[in-house]
Design a protein around this ligand. Sequence first.
Ligand code: HEC
Ligand code: HEC
Ligand code: HEC
Ligand code: HEC
Length: 389
Amino acid sequence: MLKRGIIVLVMIAIAIVAFACASGGSGKLDIKTAEDWADKYPDIIASYNENKEDSSVYSYLEVHPYLKILYAGYGFSKDYNSARSHYYAVEDILSTQRTKPGASCLACKTSDYLELINENGDKAYAMKFEDVATADMPTISCYDCHKNEPGVISITRTHLTTAIEASGEKFNEKNMVCGQCHVEYYLEPETKEVILPWKNGLNVTEMIAYYDNIGYSDWEHPDTGTKMLKAQHPEFETFDGSFHSEVGLSCVDCHMPEIESESGEKFRSHHWTSPLTTIEESCLRCHGSSYTADKLIVKVEAIQKGADDRTEEVGQILATLVEKLKTEKDSGRLDVKVLDEARNYHRQAQFYWDFVFVENSSGFHDPKETHKNLDTAEELANKALNLLK
Ligand code: HEC
Ligand code: HEC
Ligand code: HEC
Ligand code: HEC
C-alpha cells in the first residue's frame, strides 16, 4: 500500500517536472513587444515608433570640457553622451566606451533583463555584460511598464519595489512607472545588484548620509584622493516635492498626455519626449488662461537657462577646487586631518552639483530644489577652498 503510494507520488513528481520543462524550465516570461500589439493598438504603436526620430546626441565632454577634471579617473571622463530616446537605449549602452561592471547595466535598457533574472536569479546581476548583451535585445517596450497587459501599469523592476519598502513612503504609481529607471542608483560592489539609496529619504542630503553610512564611493579621484560619488539621472527624486508634484501631477500627465489620432480617437501618447511638443495637451489645459504656447515656452526656457548657467558656474568652482586640492596634497604641507576635511567637502559638493547636472529637465522639474542644491554645492566647495588658503 505504502509502496504504491510512493510510486504514485513519484509519478506525479515526474509529471510536474515534465510539464514545467515543456513550458520552458522555470517558465519563460513570454515577453511581448510592440510588434505583437501593432494590430490591436495602432495609434499607440504609431506614437511609440516616433521615439525613433529623437536620435540627436552630443558629447557632454566637448560642450563642458571641465567635466574631464571633475570626473578624472572615472569612465565618465572618457565617454559621456547626452541622453536620447528610449528607442536607442540598447544601442547606446552597447556602444559606450565606459566599462560595464555587470549584466545589471541592462536593468534599464531592455525587458530581456527580466528574462535573465527569471532564468538565473540574483546571479544574473554580476554576469559578464559582454556575455549576455546583444544588439538584437528589444529596447524599452510594452512589457517594461505593462507586462503583457497593455494599459495596466506594472512595476517590473524589483530594485524599485525594494526601495519603496525601504523608504517606508507611498508614491503615485504613475510616477513609479518612470521611476523604475529615471532615478539615482548604485551597484552593490560584490553582487552588482541595483540599489536605490532611498532608505533615509529622497533628497541629496539624505542620500549622502546613506552613502556615508555604508562607506560607499563610486571611485577615488586620482588628483585629490577624494572618495567620490557619481549621480545618475534623478528625474523622479527631483520632481518629487516640486509644486507640480504637490498638486498631484505625475510624469504621465506631461510626458504622456491624451492626444487625438487622425481618425479622432483619443489615446495616451507613447512618444516620450519634451512635453513642449504637446504643450496644448500637456500644459495649456491648466495654464491656458495666463499663457499662450509661445509665452509659456519662453518662461520654461528662462527657468532652464537660469539653472544651466548656474550649473556651469558651480561646475567651474568645483574644477578650481580639484586643482587647488591637488596642488596642496602634492605639496605635502597639508595636515592629514585638514586634507580629509577638504576631501569630505569635495565629495559632498560635487554630488550636490552632479545631482543637478545629470537631471535631464535642466531645472524645470523643480527650479527651487535645483538652485538650493547648487547653492549648497557652492557653499561646500568654498568651505574646502577656505581650508586650503
Ligand atoms: C515607459 C512605460 C510604458 C511603456 C514602455 C508602454 N506604456 Fe502603455 N501606458 C503607460 C502608462 C503610464 C499609461 C497610462 C496608464 C494609466 O493612465 O493608468 C499607459 C497606457 C496604455 C494604454 C491604455 C490606453 C490609453 O491610450 O490610455 C494602452 C492600451 C497601452 N498603454 C499600450 C501600450 C503598448 C502596446 C506598449 C508597447 C508598444 C506600451 N503601452 C508601452 C506606460 C507605458
Ligand atoms: C526600463 C527603463 C525606463 C523606463 C521604465 C522609462 N525610461 Fe525613459 N529613458 C530610459 C533610458 C535608458 C533613457 C536614455 C536612452 C538613451 O539615451 O539611449 C530614457 C530616456 C527618456 C527620455 C528622453 C531623454 C532625452 O534627454 O532625450 C524621456 C523624455 C523619457 N525617458 C521619459 C520617460 C517617462 C516619462 C517614463 C515613464 C512613463 C519613462 N521614461 C520610463 C529608461 C527608461
Ligand atoms: C509639469 C510637467 C512635467 C512633469 C509632471 C514631468 N516633467 Fe519631465 N519635463 C518637463 C519639461 C517641460 C521638460 C523640459 C523639456 C525641454 O527641455 O524641452 C522635461 C524634461 C524631461 C526629460 C528630458 C527630456 C528631453 O527631451 O530632454 C526627462 C527624461 C523627463 N522630463 C522625465 C520626467 C519624469 C521621469 C517625470 C516624473 C518623475 C517627469 N519628467 C515629470 C515637464 C514635466
Ligand atoms: C494639472 C494642472 C497643471 C498642468 C498640466 C501643468 N501645470 Fe504648471 N503649474 C500648475 C500649478 C497649480 C502651479 C503652481 C502655481 C503656483 O503655485 O504659483 C504651476 C506652476 C507652473 C510654473 C511656475 C509658475 C508660473 O506660472 O510661472 C510654470 C513655469 C509651469 N507651471 C509650467 C508648466 C508647463 C511647461 C507645463 C507642461 C509641461 C505645466 N506647467 C503643466 C498646474 C499645472
